[in-house]
Design a protein around this ligand. Structure first.
Ligand SMILES: *[C@@H]1O[C@H](CO)[C@@H](O)[C@H](O)[C@H]1NC(C)=O
Length: 544
């Protein structure tokens, strides 16, 4: 660990707990001009995994359903020529302060006995702010709207969780000073809150379409699967019958199929690249995992990831965030132009499945390999991952007597710094500097663990069986700790994979999450396969 810390300081300058006598080395590598860099570098790896995770997960449905409480506000855009939808039960065309969906599947949920579908196209890039997490889900108590509350009021307002009309008004009022067109949020699927329908968009069509059958309202039966004692369902409410056009034959779409398909359209954006119709400006990503926010660091102590919230933010920290927001929406320029989203994805692509494979080999289920073979396979896998960094000069000195383990350092350094060493600190925005530190912290940890395994396994051919067994135990725990720390969403999946008439599902508001929950009530986030066809036995009809 000591050696790792030194490496971190010297090569990556992104250490969490920089030992006092390393401070000097560290200072030389921190950019002198930036107070933000100074503050964040001091504690970076304490939240590097969380910032990396958020940046990598922006606009993806699955990770933001897994952890519903958002911790990021970013500048975003919807480019010209993008089609957006609005559905409702009457023909009052929206003019201001209303919602558009990226997928029509999401819009038709709002139809009633009649169904009007308005289709819009953007005529220029819309200036937007995006809140990550399940920021449009109406769950109480939870932290889904914390980032919005802090943006608007500087503090969390639990009384506003369900006041959507008040919220859009306040958001748009706040956005006026920056000429924002609206806000992007996510619930079962993505939505854009539009401040003024006369700005940056045109109506493409205004159609009355065939409505779906209405059914009695139920609380989702799916609750049974997630809560020990579900509340009794409310009494059924009479619903107006759908007005089917004269001459229509056969059945209309069922309410439950409408409900399922909004969930289904959300899953199209589950993984990278996520919701492509919205573009993130990576030079303007404001993170509440910024370690400079000490009140939040304190609030997270002893909590699990799903419990992280922003309601204990201090006034100072709230002010610091609001200043950053002001800065990102007023400054000109594009920062370094580095696509940080793609850098994080390259890292997830390169190591995600391989770490999972390594973990599987180390668990050795069914004892497919004896100890010697298991060690040999782990050695091969470490070499596979480190190949681009396996310098011919990084060979241990002739092992007569104790070997200085630092022979592996150049490999680890090379592995950990390749993606960011170039990034010119003079061009990076404060938000980019934070992402850079997070990428370095994550890579440093991955490369450090792999380097350690390689160092141990390098000449393990000569080692006795007991010693090999000890090594395997150590590696297994190292890999497990690493994967726990990274907590990449790709590792949360349905096993075995779902059949052709199913989708993989984790509780997605409002199915599986109660509208109102008891404080501290846990939801079982184990992914499961659910029916994608009638009778959709998992879901029950839902009226928004
Ligand atoms: C492990 O299996 C290989 C191949 O079957 C064999 O050559 C080797 O002797 C075995 N080693 C031990 C320790 O059992």
């Amino acid at each position: 660990m000591r050696r790792l810390t030194n490496l971190l300081v010297v090569f990556v300058a992104a250490a969490a707990r920089v030992a006092a006598n390393d401070q000097q080395v560290f200072r030389q590598h921190a950019t002198p001009d930036s107070k933000l860099a100074q503050r964040t570098y001091d504690q970076a790896s304490s939240t590097g995994n969380l910032i990396f995770w958020s940046v990598n997960s922006l606009l993806q449905q699955w990770p933001n359903t897994r952890y519903i409480n958002g911790h990021t506000i970013t500048a975003a855009a919807v480019l010209p020529g993008t089609i957006l939808y609005h559905g409702r039960g009457n023909d009052d065309r929206p003019v201001a302060l209303d919602w558009l969906a990226t997928d029509p599947e999401h819009s038709v949920v709002f139809c009633r006995s009649k169904c009007y579908l308005y289709t819009y196209v953007t005529t220029r890039a819309l200036r937007l702010a995006y809140f990550d997490g399940s920021s449009a889900a109406k769950i109480r108590p939870s932290g889904v709207m914390d980032t919005q509350d802090i943006l608007i009021w500087g503090k969390v307002r639990p009384d506003m969780t369900r006041n959507e009309a008040g919220r859009i008004r306040e958001l748009c009022k706040w956005g006026e000073q920056f000429e924002l067109d609206g806000f992007v949020r996510m619930e079962m699927d993505f939505e854009v809150m539009i401040c003024d329908f006369g700005a940056g968009m045109e109506l493409v069509s205004e159609s009355q379409i065939v409505p779906h059958a209405s059914e009695e309202r139920h609380r989702p039966d799916s609750m049974d699967l997630f809560y020990p004692s579900p509340p009794p369902p409310p009494p059924p409410r009479p619903q107006p019958l759908p007005e089917l056009p004269p001459g229509w034959r056969g059945s209309a779409r069922s309410r439950i199929s409408i409900s399922f398909e909004v969930l289904n359209s959300g899953t199209w954006h589950n993984r990278s690249p996520g919701e492509k119709r919205v573009k993130i400006d990576y030079s303007r990503v404001v993170s509440f995992f910024d370690p400079a926010l000490s009140s939040l660091a304190k609030a997270r102590t002893g909590k699990s990831r799903e419990e992280f919230r922003l309601d204990e933010i201090s006034e100072t920290d709230s002010k610091y965030i609001r200043e950053q927001l002001h800065d990102i929406f007023t400054r000109t320029g594009q920062g370094s132009g580095i696509d940080w989203g793609s850098i994080t994805q390259v890292i997830v692509d390169r190591y995600g499945k391989r770490l999972e494979l390594l973990q599987h080999i180390l668990q050795n289920p069914g004892s497919k390999r004896n100890i010697t073979e298991q060690v040999a396979e782990v050695r091969s896998q470490a070499l596979i991952m480190l190949t681009p960094y396996m310098l011919v000069s990084a060979i241990p000195p002739n092992p007569t007597g104790p070997v200085d383990p630092s022979w592996i350092d150049p490999v680890v350094k090379h592995c950990a710094s390749t993606h960011t060493a170039w990034a010119p600190s003079t061009l990076l925005t404060p938000q980019e500097k934070l992402i850079k530190v997070a990428v370095e912290a994550v890579l440093f940890r991955i490369c450090g663990v792999l380097g350690d395994i390689w160092k141990d396994a390098f000449d393990s051919g000569e080692t006795g069986l007991n010693a090999l067994q000890r090594l395997l135990g150590k590696w297994q725990s190292d890999i497990e700790q690493l994967m726990d720390w990274l907590d990449w969403s790709m590792w949360l999946k349905c096993e075995p994979i779902c059949g052709p008439e199913e989708i993989c599902y984790i509780p997605t508001w409002p199915w599986g999450y109660r509208f109102d929950r008891n404080e501290g009530e846990k939801v079982d986030m184990t992914p499961r396969c659910i029916e994608a066809v009638a009778p959709y036995s998992f879901l029950q009809p839902f009226e928004p």
